[in-house]
Design a protein. Structure first.
Length: 365
């Protein structure tokens, strides 16, 4: 299981350029034209993880298979999208299907690239997008509440619970707060997620800066950082232009280019890590001579659920998970050495998988 991140932004802020770089394709024709992305472009990227390469080298694995992350480039949003302006309704339907939203904000000055509002103000752009999503949520909630009236009167338990959650969300939205600010009890978490509210999704602000500002950012990205911290959201600084250039180079050239620009790593890696943190995701590994493979799970996943990511039969017939911590596997030089040193553990159904665990599942068919 990877996860799906929607890339959104006002027209001409650089979201298609960033998407091209992320997916190593030029599929989204990033022309200087509002709404040049109409169908959401979906791209899958391998998640970079040095640990996987180290494990594969130790186990002499023939194949390395990283875990995947899906990016969806969603067409440029404009003021009034919740009322169907621009590509409004289509935009809103596409965004409902993602796990998290990356707001790309223009933090660069460039006279050749027109801004839809004729100025560079990333904080205001973020507010425009948030407002449109909040208005869409309010409209959707009001319609749903009308549809529930009869069932609630009839005492339908599910409808009563749904009405309570919808009213909690509506109250927050009408007070100018997104749905993600509502605190929901653990027993309501599943029903809350089923509401599919746009503003309930976690947000990552992506500050798209010019090449010269890629290492440290600038005044615009500093303003976004302040806003993100106040909201409890995350932000990353990326130069979509640099990322696009890197995506066309081979790994060695890319590394030299990054060093010249004063960057430790590609923005893509930072973006994925920030996305992982945002969605509370972790990685475990399966390693053997045939392949070394990474798998994505949510924090707090039990061993049988982690096995189910590989195949449903693994979860249903789960017996135990032979487990070696990543650090032990690397320090001792592989599975056999870890076993001999007493570092391989047999974990049962209640074991909560930890980030970096190297697992081998035993199961009944």
């Amino acid at each position: 299981m990877g996860f799906k991140m929607g890339i959104v932004g006002l027209p001409n802020v650089g979201n298609s350029t960033l998407f091209n770089a992320l997916t190593r394709t030029a599929a989204a024709q990033a022309a200087n034209f509002p709404f040049c992305t109409i169908e959401p472009n979906v791209g899958e990227v391998g998640v970079p993880d040095d640990r996987l390469d180290k494990l594969a080298a130790i186990a002499k694995s023939k194949q390395i298979i990283p875990t995947r992350m899906t990016f969806v480039d969603i067409a440029g949003l404009v003021k009034g999208a919740s009322k169907g302006e621009g590509l409004g309704n289509q935009f809103l339907a596409n965004i409902r299907e993602v796990d998290a939203i990356a707001h790309v904000l223009r933090c660069f000055e460039d006279g050749d690239v027109t801004h839809v509002e004729g100025r560079v103000d990333p904080v205001s752009d973020a507010e425009t997008i948030e407002t449109e999503l909040m208005l869409a949520d309010i409209e959707s909630i009001e319609k749903r509440l009308q549809g529930l009236v009869r069932k609630v009167r009839g005492g339908d338990k599910e409808a009563v619970a749904q009405e309570r959650l919808l009213k909690m969300a509506l109250e927050a939205l009408e007070n100018g707060h997104p749905a993600r600010t509502v605190s929901v009890d653990a027993e309501d978490a599943k029903a809350w997620k089923m509401l599919q509210l746009l503003t309930a999704k976690p947000v990552l602000y992506v500050c798209n800066v010019g090449e010269a500002d890629a290492a440290e950012g600038n005044a615009h990205s500093a303003a976004v950082a302040e806003m993100a911290a106040a909201q409890g959201n995350a932000h990353v600084i990326i130069s979509a232009q640099i990322e696009e250039e890197i995506s066309q180079l081979d790994p060695e050239e890319a590394e030299m280019f990054l060093t010249e620009m004063g960057l430790k790593e590609a923005g893509l890696d930072r973006l994925i890590r920030a996305g992982y943190d945002l969605l509370h995701l972790e990685t475990y590994f399966t390693v053997g001579p045939k392949e070394a493979r990474a798998w994505t799970i949510r924090q707090g996943t039990s061993a049988p659920q982690a096995a189910g990511v590989i195949h449903g039969d693994f979860e249903r017939g789960f017996i135990r998970a032979e487990t070696i911590a990543y650090d032990d596997f690397v320090a001792l030089g592989g599975e056999q050495a870890a076993k001999e040193a007493g570092k391989m553990r047999a974990e049962g159904k209640t074991y909560i998988v930890k980030d970096g665990d190297v697992l081998h599942f035993l199961f009944n068919t």
